[in-house]
Design a protein around this ligand. Sequence first.
Ligand SMILES: NC(=O)c1ccc[n+]([C@@H]2O[C@H](COP(=O)([O-])OP(=O)(O)OC[C@H]3O[C@@H](n4cnc5c(N)ncnc54)[C@H](OP(=O)(O)O)[C@@H]3O)[C@@H](O)[C@H]2O)c1
Length: 234
Amino acid sequence: MTTLGIIGSGHIGTAVATLAQRAGVQTVLANSRGPESLTDKVAELGDQISAGTVAEAAAQDIVVLTIPLVATREFPAEILAGKVVIDTSNYYPSRDGRIPELDSNQTTVSELLSAHLVGSRYVKGFNNIAARHLPQLARPAGAADRSALPLGSDDPEALAQATALLDTLGWDAVPVTPLAETWRVETDTIAYTAPYFDPDTTDAGGEDSRPVSAESLRETIAAATRVDTGARTV
Ligand SMILES: NC(=O)c1ccc[n+]([C@@H]2O[C@H](COP(=O)([O-])OP(=O)(O)OC[C@H]3O[C@@H](n4cnc5c(N)ncnc54)[C@H](OP(=O)(O)O)[C@@H]3O)[C@@H](O)[C@H]2O)c1
């Protein structure tokens, strides 16, 4: 069975590890501080999840890279050469600083980062959903209320592998290709986080999500209009 490496043990890294534990996917979780700092977290997550170094996580079959955008831009690309990498990062100028190529809408976050992660088999994923909604909405294949996530890639084989992983983790996938089109699922578009929020339940710590079918997500992505990134202040 496919093994998973997760680099970044924050909100999204922990949420994806929770899905992996439920699905029985052997996973190595890494962060910037080293495996010792993850002892309590992996014990809590369960027996499928172990703590490792960044290199150990990068050696698994598929790698989820889920660290801040500024760290992704500095991540040593050679560690991920040849790997299917699912990058989750989003651009928040207030956190990441202004990036002229993104502010001008000249490129997308995924094009920028795939160019940096040269040699990897790049996929954009898990970026348009609030972390807590990932475990809330995961369902087995065939469930009537299964939800979908977008996956962006210019690499059909990597996209197929990421789609299969998502299926194992409890999610359908909607392809967004080529990467130049992934602005459709970037911050502040109609496809970004809002579809998964249930407007009738506002308890931020509880089940405040609603299922989003692949068909519904496809329609939302098609209807998205591009945000003027340079005008964003957050
Ligand atoms: N939070 C969300 O709901 C959400 C939703 C969609 C997408 N995203 C995007 O996904 C990415 C991660 O978000 P998050 O909220 O999960 O972040 P987070 O909670 O702040 O966690 C970031 C993690 O990245 C690790 N890290 C930072 N630099 C690293 C490096 N060079 N090597 C290895 N690990 C490194 C940190 O390690 P330490 O723990 O050792 O500091 C930490 O575990 C961001 O780009 C964010 O925009 C977030």
